[in-house]
Design a protein around this ligand. Sequence first.
Ligand SMILES: Cc1cc2nc3c(=O)[nH]c(=O)nc-3n(C[C@H](O)[C@H](O)[C@H](O)COP(=O)(O)O)c2cc1C
Length: 346
Amino acid sequence: MPEPHDIAARKADHLALCTDGDVGFVAKTALWEQVELVHDALPELALDQIDLGTTFLGKRLRAPLVIAAMTGGTAAAEAINRDLAAAAEAHGLGFGFGSQRPLLSRGIEAGYRVRDVAPTALVIANLGVIQAGAVPTARLLELCRFSGADALALHLNPGQEMAQPEGDRDFRGGLDTIRRVVAELGLPVLVKETGCGLSRRVGERLLAAGVRAVDTGGAGGTSWIAVEMHRADADRRALAERLRDWGIPTAASVAGLAPLGLEVCATGGVANGVDAAKALALGARCVGVARPLLQAQARGAAALDAAIQSLLAELRAVMLLTGSADLAALRAAPRVVGPARARWIE
Ligand SMILES: Cc1cc2nc3c(=O)[nH]c(=O)nc-3n(C[C@H](O)[C@H](O)[C@H](O)COP(=O)(O)O)c2cc1C
């Protein structure tokens, strides 16, 4: 186990690498280019009539976007989370804290309170399934209450851990932990990957454990194995270089999970509103965006607001151009699917 003071240094490394570093996938994409929505030249809709509303984790969102889990536990994280949460409040979105392990293990509170700037937004607490496995459910509920969270995300990240010098190496018992937390927490539980994706088979096992909501955390956006590659010693660096593109593309993950009846948030390489529209057409309830919004926030709150507005404007435009007045209509919109995505689905 790493010493707790290492956690703060690691968080700072992660933020710096994700803001400026070369941490994307190299050859793999989220497969949005394999999904085309068919143009409707006669949409018979007005742009301002389009309804982006959805529900996720029991809460109404004005638009189907979650600012995905990123940070907490440092002074820098506090400023970032306040900007992200305030933007979620302004636009009626969801907001996820990064891992609350620093709060759990050392009582570090910085960055884990945003309710004063986001009184009504969907706020999601976050902890790794391995850390959650080591504490009673009542302690997890305390973490959620501390942050005024509506739900708890349990993250699965074995790929990242394998590449992380101080990472976990034993992943036994994860499903039991998830089953216990879902049964006992009394708040909705979201199970999320962080960039390697969730397969349909994992979705089936989660469903059988009582899970109702998942976040794909799919491949094609931020590669957490690449993030760790930059922090690794020579041996582990070679492993991380080899595995940098590991994972299930986000489009394939959504298409595999949504038909199971899970509430799906499509995160991983959603770079704009056209990608978002494709994810929603494939059956996602909402999309999640992490690193692109961190980079926007680094340019200031106005840039963050502009990035969110652009994404939603692009989504609205695609909905008009597919004749979709709401997200249910978008899910039924005609599409053309390319062979690479079709292969993943099989
Ligand atoms: C700086 C940063 C920190 C992150 N930390 C966490 C975390 O603590 N817990 C978690 O579940 N996911 C974490 N993630 C993963 C994101 O929630 C997301 O799944 C992943 O980055 C893929 O989305 P993207 O391609 O939009 O970046 C983090 C992402 C970034 C960019």
